[in-house]
Write a protein that binds this ligand. Sequence first.
Ligand code: NAD
Length: 292
Amino acid sequence: MARIGFIGLGNMGGPMARNLLKAGHEVRGFDLSPAALEAFAAAGGTVVSGGVAAAEGAEFLVTMLPAGKHVRDTYLSQSGLAAATAPGAVLIDSSTIDVATAREVAAAMPRPMLDAPVSGGTMGAENGTLAFMVGGPKDAFDKAQPVFQAMGKTIVHCGGPGNGQVVKACNNMMLAVTMIGTCEAFIMAEKLGVSAQTLFDVTSKATAQSWAITSYCPVPGPVPASPANRDYKPGFAAALMEKDLGLAQQAAADAGMTAAMGAKALALYQAFTAGGGAGQDFSGIIEMLRQG
Ligand code: NAD
């Protein structure tokens, strides 16, 4: 069993660290929030006084922080943090951040670093069924398998540093664009006299089939487990989708391209969150689109 440092024990990091403990690893954790530390201690984790203390002697250091600036501050500004880990240690950042920061931080580290953003939300974190998309050296990826397997189910090596973040940005941009198109189609069918169930029965099996229809249908009824059936309680909050679409636009700019549909999706989600939808599930955007 490994000695693991864990920084960022919030909605995602908390349950991820608990799954590492359940798998028998020794986990030393740090967070700025006393409540997060309390929950971690109650689950059997060892609370330490700071980031460097979490890293001290660790064979793996995992970070799960809100955004790129927190990742930069943790790895680049806390003097000696990465060097405090055990020789041969692997650094794993699972936060969702911009590709450029992921690459810059990895290049500055004295230890191999993996960017390993996740998909699956808080439920996936609780159940240990997250999907990890991982960028960085293949030997570090192989070495970190026991860590990933304790927290996730699908673990894919996507190539060199930053490539995990590239795949995450691509996935969520595709999902947002698909969800908005799905919402528009359900509204159009409804206005022209076709029931949601009929549209679902056809499109869930026809060429338009997608996860947005079959797992997350944005109208109540056809998919009983979708957030539409519980007043769009998340699920995956619109504020997080807005954040990820912003990262996707940054990635598009880095690639020297215009992702026109991604830009439009970002503008629509910005309008939705500004109008009070930030805490709703991202499929709740159908309510705003219905007014348009
Ligand atoms: P969160 O805000 O619940 O947790 C972040 C934690 O980091 C907080 O507890 C905060 O106190 C702590 N923190 C911030 N700066 C710190 C520092 N310098 N040192 C120590 N701790 C610090 O956020 P979350 O929902 O757990 O999301 C974490 C990351 O996962 C984000 O990048 C998010 O985009 C991504 N993500 C979230 C979800 C989701 O459904 N919540 C899904 C996929 C990916």
